[in-house]
Design a protein around this ligand. Structure first.
Ligand code: NDP
Ligand code: 8X3
Length: 266
């Protein structure tokens, strides 16, 4: 990444949801590698993984300030607790960038056979969680007329597939929410972006197949998927533009992929 990007991101305070794994984890590390004096708020449900990431970040740069906070975005009460407990002057008032990355998929069941619990966890995490985090930062960003919100959507939000009715519709909701928000904020200096990845090899498919690693691995057999780092580089590109430049929308595939993947649906 260019030194201009490093300068623009220098000293920025960045909150990443779902930083314990995959794209969120890689994004945290990419910020540190690009601008070694960033300030990171790393959140997820698994605190142990976040602490490990904090240690790894310390080996990359000693100048990074890292705050690890356990946060379940699917629980509105936990989001309220998180914002109440976040130190105001040191972190909350300094927040520059929110990366709404936390998300998950459960199963491939067709409509009629989908467990209510799976519907709820996908909607509560991918949609309501993202909305609630965004609603919490908007007043902070408006007060300073600055800030960047980067939402991680998916090709699934543009191209729904059988077995993905719930997940795909959550990502379509992310897309619509992001676009409305960006248009609501056009007269401000607040930037809003969505990044829609195709196939990325992370813990995503393990979660989809409820811990069945063999099934998850089969999704990526014979192809070269994107990595969390590939998406992290794009997050950095979006965040690191001059403040008047909005990369509103990005669709990213590995070279073998032309649309929503069919491999996980077999
Ligand atoms: P991972 O499963 O590796 O990471 C998901 C992250 O989300 C984890 O850190 C997990 O942390 C966190 N998370 C899940 N539920 C919650 C919750 N309720 N509260 C807080 N954090 C939560 O998958 P990816 O890195 O691939 O996924 C990141 C994003 O990318 C998701 O929004 C996903 O939909 C999207 N995406 C992924 C693609 C792929 O092919 N992998 C393609 C397109 C989009 P923890 O379990 O510790 O809470
Ligand atoms: C993940 C991409 O195609 O597995 O968002 O649903 S897909």
């Amino acid at each position: 990444m260019s030194s201009a990007v490093a300068k623009r991101l220098s000293g920025k305070t960045i909150l990443i949801t779902g930083a314990s794994s995959g794209i969120g984890r890689a994004t945290a590390l990419e910020f540190v590698k690009t601008a070694p004096d960033v300030r990171l708020i790393l959140t997820a449900r698994r605190q142990e993984q976040l602490e490990e990431l904090k240690t790894e970040i310390g080996t990359v740069s000693g100048a990074v300030e890292v705050l690890v906070k356990k946060l379940d975005v699917s629980d509105p009460a936990d989001i309220k607790r998180f914002w109440t407990e976040l130190p105001k002057e040191e972190w909350k008032d300094k927040l520059d960038i929110l990366v709404n990355n936390a998300g998950l998929v459960k199963g491939l069941e067709h409509v009629g056979d989908i467990a209510e619990e799976d519907v709820n966890i996908m909607y509560n995490t991918n949609v309501t969680g993202l909305i609630n985090m965004t609603q919490a930062v908007i007043p902070l960003f408006k007060a300073r007329d600055a800030g960047t919100i980067i939402n991680i959507g998916s090709i699934a939000g543009r191209e729904p597939y059988p077995g993905g009715s719930i997940y795909c519709s959550t990502k379509a909701a992310v897309r619509a929410f992001t676009e409305s928000l960006r248009k609501e904020l056009v007269s401000t200096r607040i930037r809003v972006a969505v990044i829609d990845p195709g196939q990325v090899e992370t813990e995503f498919s393990v979660v989809r197949f409820r811990g069945d690693k063999a099934k998850a691995d089969a999704v990526y057999a014979g192809v070269e998927p994107l990595t969390g780092e590939d998406i992290a580089e794009i997050v950095l590109f979006v965040a690191g533009r001059r403040e008047n430049v909005v990369i509103a929308d990005t669709l990213v595939f590995p070279s073998h992929q032309g649309g929503a993947s069919s491999m996980h649906r077999k």
